[in-house]
Design a protein around this ligand. Sequence first.
Ligand code: ZN
Length: 236
Amino acid sequence: MQDKITLLKELQAIDQGLQKVRQSREALEKEQVALGSETGRIRTMVESLTAELDRLREERRTLQLALEQEEQNIRRSEGHLPAIKTQKEYVAVLKEIDTAKKLNKDLQDRIQVKETEIAGTSRDREEKEQELAELTAKISDRLDEIARQLAEWDAEAGSQVHERDSLFDQLPVTLRKRYQLLFDRRGGLVMVEARNGTCSGCNMHLPPQLFNTLFTVREIQSCPHCNRLLYVTAPM
Ligand SMILES: [Zn+2]
């Protein structure tokens, strides 16, 4: 009987330790994901700014090509001028050149607008790249630390689980089930001391007769209120 209680208490201590590690592990894994998603968010912004920059540069290129084409046309028309015979034709070509120059001015203005947009987007991207680099540097130590801690727990958990299972297997089957059910449903606290006629698990008074039998009866008793398994430290 005392052996069983000792065994159950040891089992509970290991299970509580393992449960604590499991909870800490979950918290660290969540933190890992959160840190990763923050960098992912900024990385996505950098990518979309890069795509925006590519688009703007392509648009500027198209405008520049159109401008070059128009300038060539103007030069060609101007080259023809000396060969023109009539005044009427001369005026017509001059007018054509003038119109083309006005169009070019418009193209130049649009290119200027693109330049401004490109400069702004480029600055935004630099800022985000900087932010990403800083964040990556800042969290990389923490991520290493988390990975190290997780690996350490993994290494320890192996032997703990082995020890836990060997203790568990020594219990009678019915007691295994009772223990496991209580551990899961009672917040990992199965073995509780009965002190001064009270269950220390739920703080309820135990029937005096039950309390007294704890010192004599050889079967493990449950608290009638919370069902936890009771033990007493020393006969009074
Ligand atoms: Zn109780």
